[in-house]
Design a protein around this ligand. Structure first.
Ligand SMILES: [Zn+2]
Length: 358
C-alpha cells in the first residue's frame, strides 16, 4: 500500500510539474531557455516468440532520452535483447558500448538471447560495466528461473572454447572473467505495486511484477519529455477463462496516464479454438490485440505500440503453426485493437519503428 501511495505521489508530482510548466512558461519565455528534452521509442526487434520469420529481430525496445539539440541521444536504455539486437543497434549507429543499462522483462530466450552477443562485443571492445535490471530468482514447480545465473554464465561457451583467455592474453584491458564480468545486476524482488528500480538524473524507471512466467516484470520510464511503459509478454492474472480480459491488471496499473504503451500482442485469430493448433497455455499467457486496445483506453494511454506480434505479419505460418485464414497484415492487428473504441494512435510494430515525444 505504501508503495502504491509512493508511486501515486510521484505521478501527482509529475502532473503538478507539468501544470507549473504550462502556467509559468510565459514568465520565463524571455529568459535563457533550459534545453528542451525528448524521449524516443525504437523497436529493436518485433518477432513474436522463438520463431525466425522474414528476418525480424527478436523482442527489444530501445528508449533514448536527451536534449532535442542532441537528438535524444544522451541516454540509451535497452529493454529486452532478443536475437539480432546488436545488428539493429548498428543500423541506428549505436554499438553495445553506447548502452547505459539493460532491463529484461522475463527469462525466455526470445527476449534474452541477443544479450550474449551484445555483451560479448561490449567486452571485446573493452566497454565499461553495465547495469542489468531483472527479476530476482523465481521458482516454478521446483525449477528456478534465474536472471542472475543467466548473467553469470553469459560467456561460458566462449570461456570454454578458449577464446576469452586467448583474447585477454592479447589485450589485458579486457575483463578476465569475460562478458559476465561487466554486468552489475540489479535484482527486483516480486512486487504487486510499482517500485523504482533505476534512476539517472531526471529519468526514473519503475517496475511491477506481471503474470506470464514467474519472474516477469513490466517497466515504466518517466522523463520530463514523457512516459513510456514496456508491458512485455504480460497476460491476465487469471491464466484461464472464464475471465474478463486477457490483459494484465499490473500493467494497467503501471500504464495509468502514460504517453506510450509498448506491449506484446497476439491476434485473436490465433486462439486455440480457431484451429491454429498453437498451444493453449502459450496463447492464454499473452495479451490479445483487441483486449490491449481496451486496456489502453481504460488506462488513458496516448499511443499504443503493438510488438512481438503473434503471428508475424505476412506469413502463413508462425513457426510450425499455420495461421487460420492465411497471413495477417498490420491492418488486421490495428483493427483488432481499435475494436475496443480506443481512440489513441496505434502503431503496429516493425523493426526500427520509432516514435518520439513530444
Ligand atoms: Zn516472448
Amino acid at each position: 500500500m505504501e508503495s502504491i501511495l509512493r508511486s501515486e505521489r510521484a505521478w501527482t508530482t509529475d502532473l503538478r510539474r507539468l501544470l507549473a510548466t504550462i502556467l509559468f512558461l510565459p514568465l520565463f519565455a524571455c529568459a535563457e531557455a533550459t534545453p528542451e528534452h525528448c524521449v524516443e521509442v525504437i523497436l529493436t526487434g518485433t518477432q513474436g516468440g522463438p520463431p525466425a520469420v522474414n528476418g525480424l529481430a527478436g523482442a527489444g525496445t530501445l528508449i533514448r532520452y536527451g536534449t532535442v539539440e542532441n537528438q535524444c541521444n544522451d541516454l540509451q536504455l535497452q529493454f529486452d535483447a532478443g536475437r539480432g539486437t546488436t545488428m539493429r543497434l548498428s543500423q541506428l549507429g549505436l554499438t553495445p558500448n553506447d548502452i547505459n543499462a539493460v532491463f529484461l522483462t522475463h527469462m525466455h530466450s526470445d527476449h534474452t538471447e541477443g544479450l550474449a552477443g551484445l555483451m560479448q562485443l561490449r567486452w571485446h571492445y573493452t566497454g565499461g560495466p553495465i547495469a542489468l535490471v531483472c527479476a530476482a530468482d523465481a521458482e516454478i514447480d521446483g525449477r528456478i528461473l534465474s536472471c542472475r545465473a543467466y548473467s553469470e554464465h553469459l560467456g561460458d561457451a566462449f570461456i570454454h572454447a578458449g577464446e576469452i583467455g586467448q583474447r585477454v592474453a592479447e589485450n589485458s584491458n579486457r575483463h578476465a572473467d569475460g562478458p559476465s564480468g561487466l554486468i552489475e545486476i540489479h535484482e527486483v524482488a516480486e512486487t504487486a505495486a510499482p517500485v523504482v528500480v533505476w534512476r539517472s538524473g531526471d529519468v526514473t524507471v519503475s517496475a511491477i511484477t506481471t503474470t506470464h512466467i514467474p519472474g516477469s516484470l513490466a517497466y515504466r520510464i518517466d522523463t520530463p519529455a514523457g512516459s513510456v511503459v514496456i508491458g512485455g509478454d504480460a497476460g491476465n492474472e487469471k491464466t484461464a477463462p472464464p475471465r474478463a480480459t486477457s490483459t494484465s491488471g499490473a500493467v494497467e496499473t503501471l500504464a495509468m496516464g502514460a504517453d506510450i504503451l509498448v506491449h506484446s500482442a497476439i491476434h485473436p485469430i490465433f486462439a486455440p479454438e480457431s484451429g491454429s493448433r498453437f498451444p493453449a497455455v502459450a496463447y492464454l499467457r499473452q495479451s490479445n490485440a483487441k483486449d490491449l486496445g481496451a486496456m489502453a483506453k481504460r488506462a488513458g494511454v496516448g499511443q499504443l505500440i503493438l510488438t512481438h506480434l503473434i503471428p508475424s505479419l505476412n506469413t502463413a505460418s508462425h513457426g510450425p503453426f499455420s495461421v487460420p485464414g492465411g497471413e495477417l497484415s498490420a491492418t488486421d492487428f490495428e483493427s483488432a485493437a481499435h475494436e475496443s473504441g480506443f481512440e489513441g494512435e496505434i502503431h503496429v510494430g516493425r523493426d526500427l519503428l520509432s516514435v518520439r515525444l513530444p
